[in-house]
Design a protein around this ligand. Structure first.
Ligand SMILES: Nc1ncnc2c1ncn2[C@@H]1O[C@H](COP(=O)(O)OP(=O)(O)OP(=O)(O)O)[C@@H](O)[C@H]1O
Ligand SMILES: [Mg+2]
Length: 265
């Protein structure tokens, strides 16, 4: 179910509003086309975690939105679990968003959102506790989001995503805005959870180290119009430490260079 195949995916945005509507002729839109994704071919295996890197504005979020069914491709096909994507699917695909918690609900109620179709109340309660425990938020079940720190909120969001038990988990810059230490801890948590639950997970990140540490594969996209520049299978043992592993360190430098920074920082 979590297998994804992307074939000849092209996305063009038509910027029709650049001219007043009264002056707009259908043929004009060709002047204002923005070619974002250009003939992308990718395949994600069931259960793998793939990290996607690319310069800002290259179309990473667009790609994720098309896979999640929020956006239509201009050309090409995306299949999830063999089925062509025709729209958002709440049960099979979960998009992890920060600030996704509902402020009027407690942590337990937020985590329980994905389980609202479960009829058996005691079983539902158990499941909620299980996921809250997984992200180490025991004792905070009855707290509201405003009573949590940034990192705690992010962990609650993660528990909520996992409770849905989706076939595919999509994360667009999941650690942005977190402080350095919380970022590292959350990253560790996502890696551990992925090893435990084995869900197909796509992570877009700006952070090369995130990709090196988390990914079973790393995909690098070029600047717009975006193509796939690199697909790298990460055959490095875990836990990964690029300061000790010279191959990983070399790859790190290559990725920096590929993304336009001539030296690794
Ligand atoms: N709804 C839209 N209408 C028109 N153009 C859009 C729309 N959404 C995105 N774009 C354009 O598509 C391009 C890619 O945007 P996207 O958000 O996918 O980039 P990104 O790689 O996620 O960037 P970042 O790393 O900064 O988040 C940008 O040039 C953006 O202006
Ligand atoms: Mg983006």
């Amino acid at each position: 179910m979590g297998h994804i195949k992307i074939e000849n995916l092209t996305k063009i945005y038509l910027n029709r509003r650049s001219r007043p509507r009264s002056q707009f002729e259908p043929d004009d839109c060709t002047d204002d086309n923005v070619l974002v994704l250009n003939d992308i071919n990718l395949e994600f295996e069931e259960g793998e975690m793939v990290c996607i890197l690319g310069p800002s504005g290259c179309g990473k979020s667009t790609l994720l939105r098309i896979i999640a069914g929020f956006e239509k491709s201009t050309y090409g096909k995306v299949r999830v679990g063999g089925k062509k994507i025709s729209g958002p699917s709440a049960q099979s695909i979960f998009v992890f968003q920060h600030s996704g918690l509902l402020p009027w609900m407690t942590v337990a109620q937020n985590v329980g959102l994905g389980l609202r179709f479960m009829k058996d109340e005691p079983e539902k309660e158990n499941k909620i506790s299980e996921y809250i425990e997984m992200v180490e938020l025991e004792g905070f079940e009855s707290y509201y989001p405003y009573q949590l720190s940034g990192g705690m909120k992010r962990r609650a969001e993660l528990a909520r995503a996992l409770a849905v038990n989706p076939d595919l988990l999509i994360m667009d810059e999941p650690f942005s805005g977190l402080d350095f230490l919380t970022h590292m801890k959350m990253r560790e948590e996502v890696v551990n959870m992925h090893e435990f639950l084995n869900k197909t997970t796509l992570v877009v990140t700006h952070d090369i180290d995130d990709a090196l540490i988390m990914g079973d594969r790393v995909v690098v996209m070029s600047g717009r119009p975006s193509t796939i520049k690199l697909i790298k299978k990460m055959e490095f043992s875990r836990p990964r430490d690029f300061e000790r592993d010279s191959d990983l360190s070399r790859l790190r430098s290559e990725l920096f260079l590929m993304l336009g920074v001539p030296y690794a920082v």
